[in-house]
Design a protein around this ligand. Structure first.
Ligand code: BGC
Length: 744
């Protein structure tokens, strides 16, 4: 027994002390070149490769305590990577310093946050995820990569794979919602989109899976706040998208700001070494989030920058973003034998290997130059952005078939986002040129004619405009229908935008009230990067369409949807709660020992609220179409299977309405009895199905053993025998179901 334990420890050590990288023939040649180069490097030059600096023109304190600018760091070989360099010209400028003025001429790796597009902005990621269109999502990443590469960027800090059930947390706009299964499919698609199948292709860039780990679960929805949960919960709900992205070959990973089990992620050996390297087999390199090494002082686990650097080195974090703790204290830590040369070599090796894979040593200016002139804003890519934007929009209400518009109406387009180029884009838009965005007004006028659409701002997102309401009311009175843009501005999306209210601001509600009094039909266009409590709006509006921050092609995409040229098919990927008191709320909650079974179930001692239903306003997977879909004849084709075998389920779906449309057919699974408590149901399959009016089709799903697996009581990801329930339908409330059994 003892011998086995020892052998295991030796094996574990070997796996972390040898190489991370893959052992393909191409990589063998690359590591040969890396090793030859490393022989020439001083210790400080190796540590320099582990340092990422910002392109912002600021001075940083250098290794000897002196103030230095970026160029000096580069000259001294103390900069392996830069982020936030915004023009191809600046990329070339810094690259030339590295090539010509540093001792070894090692090229710099330029990274940036290309989160939902580069020049062409796609909808914010929560919006994109609502398309459930994996191929379109992959394409959007591919276009973003191509544009970014042409601007000099070889590395994006995306995809954000943080599952979140927290609409208070503004960064939900950057993610794919609450569901691990869908999140995993999107994560791998984005990695494929960015990286293609060849990193040496100058049109592909490195992906970076972030924020590892569980950044989407901050206490009380407050950004950067503590994350504490069981490892079981983490593995079952939060890990799958990260794992899928790694499996898809993601080249890099970013540590998260938060602590996890009391240890900041950036110094968390369990996360970075045991789980990421040893268990998940991640072979790329790890970068910290912005200043996250030094922030370990604020977390209170390091007394100073040197201790912080040691923690990050010990966790085998390869690259330090922006704070200078690695280059300031690395050499000293090695001299004092607190960090080994071996560790530095190990970390540096992977950074250099990635630069070789990208072809930077052979052709350091391959990203950037003049390429952006011919490779950004390509018309065919703008069309993809339009298609993704309209596919992302989710129709939540549509009374009396208010939408689609008939085409002959006089339209009053009102609200703070109606004709506001800047507000189309959302957060993280470093390369966005707002003048290239089309507004809702432009889109609608192009579709319905200039004279048929009048536009009034009415109010600002958070405040009234003098005379604004009166002007809006006058416009409404002269129109047949009101399209009212409401919601939250870009500045309420993304990092550091946590909120304790997810209602539409009062100034906009005042405008809505006044318009409601005109008696005209009102279509609310909800501009948001997060789920909102829209109870007030729903009571007053005839239709409600979530447009998100739809990006460069917002205008035409909206026109496509409201005109009926495109039949909406977006489905929510995050629950919209009844009110903020229900948060966190998500469809895949646990059952509890005292489940409340229905709205009518009023037994006091059940898991429920006294005065509010448990159910949300709009469930995960929900979204309307201009047509209707009926489900029937669900068949479990394999009612009994052995462990390791797949289950097949089929169902008939019919377009029962009057126009063609796309349904997102969704399959949910419940493991009835397991060794640990399991969710009420979990998404385990979906398919976007286009059906002509009246058309019926049988759709078949395969539920694999992996789909049935979870982190069992035996601490392994495995399948267990027993009975399962399966449902297929329109959303997570699907009722048409069946059962099957898995034999031992
Ligand atoms: C964010 C990251 C981002 C990084 C670099 C940080 O503040 O948390 O998501 O990639 O900055 O811009």
């Amino acid at each position: 027994m003892r011998l086995i334990t020892k052998l295991l420890i030796v094996a574990a050590l070997c796996s972390t002390l040898t190489v991370f990288g893959s052992t393909s023939d191409a990589d063998k040649a690359i590591y040969k070149r890396v090793d030859a180069l490393m022989k020439k490097m001083t210790l400080q030059e190796k540590i320099g490769q582990l340092q990422q600096l910002t392109g912002r023109k600021s001075e940083i304190t250098g290794p000897a305590g002196e103030k230095m600018n970026t160029a000096e760091f580069i000259r001294r070989g103390l900069c392996g990577s830069m982020l936030g360099v915004k023009t191809a010209k600046d990329v070339a400028y810094y690259q030339n310093i590295a090539l010509n003025e540093s001792r070894l001429g090692i090229p710099i790796l330029f990274g940036y946050d290309i989160i939902h597009g580069c020049r062409i902005i796609f909808p914010e990621n929560l919006g994109i995820s609502s398309s459930w269109d994996i191929a379109a999502i992959e394409k959007s990443a591919q276009i973003a990569a191509r544009e970014a590469a042409s601007m000099g960027i070889a590395w994006t800090f995306s995809p954000m794979c943080d599952i979140s059930t927290e609409p208070r947390w503004g960064r939900v706009s950057e993610g794919s919602g609450e569901d691990p299964y869908l999140g995993a499919k999107i994560a791998e698609a984005m990695v494929r989109g960015y990286q293609g199948d060849d990193l040496s292709d100058p049109n592909t860039i490195l992906a970076c899976v972030k924020h590892f780990a569980a950044y989407g679960a901050p206490q009380a929805g407050r950004d950067y706040h503590t994350v504490d949960m069981s490892r079981r919960m983490f593995r079952d709900r939060y890990l799958p998208p990260y794992r899928a992205a790694i499996k898809a070959g993601a080249a890099t990973i970013m540590t998260s700001f938060n602590d996890f089990e009391g240890v900041p992620a950036t110094g968390n050996k369990w996360l970075m070494r045991d789980l990421l390297r040893d268990e998940l087999g991640f072979t790329g390199f790890i970068v910290t989030d912005w200043g996250a090494t030094d922030e370990m002082r604020n977390h209170g686990v390091a007394a100073n920058g040197k201790e912080a650097a040691k923690l990050a080195f010990d966790a085998h974090v390869n690259m330090n973003m922006v704070d200078a703790d690695y280059i300031k204290y690395g050499e000293e830590l090695v001299k004092e034998k607190q960090v080994s040369v071996k560790t530095i070599d190990l970390l540096c090796r992977e950074v250099l290997a990635m630069k070789f894979r990208l072809g930077l040593f052979d052709e350091p200016h391959r990203y950037g130059g003049d390429r952006y002139k011919s490779e950004t804003y390509l018309p065919e890519n703008l069309e993809v952005a339009r298609d993704v934007a309209r596919k992302s929009m989710v129709l939540l209400e549509n009374h009396n078939a208010t939408l689609p518009l008939k085409g002959s109406e006089r339209i009053a387009l009102i609200g703070p986002f109606a004709n506001n180029r800047k507000e189309m884009s959302g957060a993280w838009i470093g390369f966005c040129e707002h003048n290239r965005s089309t507004t809702y007004l432009e889109g609608l006028q192009a579709r319905f004619g200039k004279d048929n659409v009048v536009c009034v701002e009415g109010c600002k997102p958070f405040s009234a405009i003098e005379g604004g309401i009166a002007e809006a009311v006058a416009a409404a009175q002269n129109a047949d229908v009101v399209l009212l843009t409401m919601g939250l501005p870009n500045s309420c999306s993304g990092e550091a935008t946590s909120l304790t209210s997810i209602e539409v601001p009062q100034a906009q509600r005042d405008l809505l009230d006044a318009l409601d009094n005109t008696g005209k039909p009102i279509v609310v266009l909800l501009v948001t990067g997060r789920p909102m409590d829209v109870g007030y709006e729903v009571e007053r509006a005839d239709a409600l369409l979530v447009t998100w921050h739809a990006g460069t092609m917002a205008g035409p995409a909206l026109a496509d949807v409201v005109s009926g040229d495109f039949n909406p098919a977006g489905r929510l990927t995050m629950t919209f709660p009844l009110n903020i008191g229900q948060v966190p709320i998500h469809y895949n909650m646990k059952r509890t020992g005292r489940p409340r079974r229905s709205l009518e179930h009023t037994q006091k001692y059940t898991s429920r609220y006294m005065f509010t239903p448990n159910e949300p306003r709009y469930a995960f997977g929900y979204g309307l179409s201009y047509t209707t879909f009926d489900y029937s004849d669900l068949r479990v084709l394999t009612p009994e299977v052995a462990m390791g075998e797949s289950v097949r389920v089929s169902v008939k779906v019919r377009n029962s309405g009057k126009c063609d449309g796309t349904e997102v057919v969704q399959l949910y699974l419940r493991d009835d009895v397991a060794s640990t408590t399991r969710p009420m149901r979990e998404l385990k399959g979906f398919e976007r199905v286009e059906l002509r009016a009246g058309e019926e089709r049988r759709i078949e799903f395969e539920i694999t053993p992996e789909d049935m697996s979870f982190w069992t009581i035996n601490e392994e990801f495995a399948q267990e025998p027993g009975s399962f329930h399966v449902w297929v339908g329109h959303d997570s409330n699907a009722t048409l179901g069946g059962e099957f059994a898995v034999r031992k």
